[in-house]
Design a protein around this ligand. Structure first.
Ligand code: SAH
Ligand code: SF4
Length: 355
């Protein structure tokens, strides 16, 4: 059975829970209490001891609750990355990646990489998630539930709270716009996870109209664009979405985002051997981003056998980075993390579903 319903309340904000309490005959302020419990990752009404037994029973009967089951748990040898395979039922498996940056205890950064869809319909040529198409959208509750699972894992390992979020797991966030925004509102709420907008990054393959709409939300959330090619012909081949929203339209939407939010946009660029990693592409990319508040994140591509794309060599990667930097484009090379546990887009889930 698809258990989507069991996560429903995790995606509700405080105001909605107050209304829900009123609807079932409880005082509205109990909604605030419920919100705090839910956002602390509590899925057992019986533990919510500042609600009466009768109230707990009523809620349990009307709104059954459960977090997804953790089917598999891996940690990289160096301890910097953990990966949980979460089972939402009905064949919906989602992988949650935790990136742990230890400095002093009080300054540790714990970044979660979460998914917004089970699968993805965008069909990017190099992506493991794209290979199997879209199963379904995740609800706001299921998106929030991933963060709660991460939070519980960190607590169990005596680590501090979730500090940063990236929506770079499975799925295209802007193809599930409403549920993603609802989840972001809940995760950002002060009485809930209280994850600051500037510590959240939404990554999109380039749905230009939704980028504009997101700009109008009045948030300060970071935007990452999966660019991967600086020329339309090549980009359309790698990311079919480019046929609908070619580069000029995409970058105009990005400019609008910067104008509205004053946030610097990250452009993700996975280096595919012999495909998009030559000096002419570096030059074209530098021209494309000239004068923009931009940052390029070069990604050593995760090899996905079925896609037929190979990662560029380290030498090519460094040359590409140097070429961009020499043109004044801010560039970083994303560190390889957790490679020993398949820290790659969509791969753990595929492994599991194939076995
Ligand atoms: N759908 C959104 C977010 C999820 S994909 C998007 O495309 O932006 C998260 C990131 O992983 C994107 O930048 C995506 O392009 C990248 N990615 C996909 N397949 C990859 C691979 N095989 N190696 C490296 N990065 C990959
Ligand atoms: Fe979907 Fe992003 Fe993968 Fe493209 S890169 S198929 S948009 S998850």
């Amino acid at each position: 059975m698809d258990n989507g319903r069991l996560c429903l309340l995790f995606g509700a904000d405080e105001a909605e829970l107050r209304q829900l309490c009123q609807k079932v005959g409880l005082p509205a302020y109990k909604g605030g209490i419920l919100f705090k419990w839910l956002q602390a990752g509590e899925a057992d009404y019986n533990q919510m001891t500042n609600l009466s037994k009768a109230e707990r029973d009523l809620l349990a009967a009307r709104y059954p609750l459960a977090l997804p089951a953790v089917r598999q748990e891996q940690q990289s040898a160096d301890g910097s990355t953990a990966k949980l395979l979460l089972d939402f039922g009905g064949g919906v498996m989602v992988e949650l990646v935790l990136m742990l940056y230890q400095r002093s205890h009080s300054r540790s950064r714990h970044t979660l990489c979460i998914s917004t869809q089970a699968g993805c319909a965008m069909g990017c040529a190099f992506c493991a998630t794209g290979l199997s198409g879209l199963l379904r959208n995740l609800s706001a509750g299921e998106i929030v539930a991933q963060v709660l699972c991460g939070q519980l894992w960190l607590r169990r390992h005596n680590l501090g709270p979730v500090t940063n979020l990236v929506l770079m797991g499975m799925g295209e966030p802007f193809a599930n716009y409403e549920q993603v925004c609802q989840a972001l509102r809940v995760l950002n709420a002060t009485a809930g996870q209280n994850i600051g907008q500037r510590r959240i990054t939404v990554s999109t393959c380039g749905l230009a109209p939704q980028i504009r709409r997101f700009a109008d939300e009045g948030w300060e959330i970071n935007l990452a664009i999966s660019l991967h090619a600086p020329q339309d012909e090549l980009r359309s081949r790698l990311l079919p979405v480019n046929r609908r929203y070619p580069l000029a339209e995409l970058l105009a939407a990005c400019d609008y985002y910067t104008e509205k939010t004053h946030r610097r946009i990250s452009y993700e660029y996975a280096l595919l051997r012999g495909v998009n990693d030559g000096p002419e592409q570096a030059a074209a990319l530098a021209r494309l981003l000239a004068g923009r508040l931009a940052h390029v994140n070069l990604i050593p591509v995760n090899f996905v056998a079925e896609t037929g794309f190979w990662p560029s060599s380290d030498e090519t990667l460094n040359q590409f980075a140097a070429a961009l930097q020499s043109q004044g484009v801010e560039t970083t090379v994303r560190e390889k993390r957790g490679l020993d546990i398949d820290g790659a887009c969509g791969q753990l889930r595929r492994r599991q579903s194939e076995s």
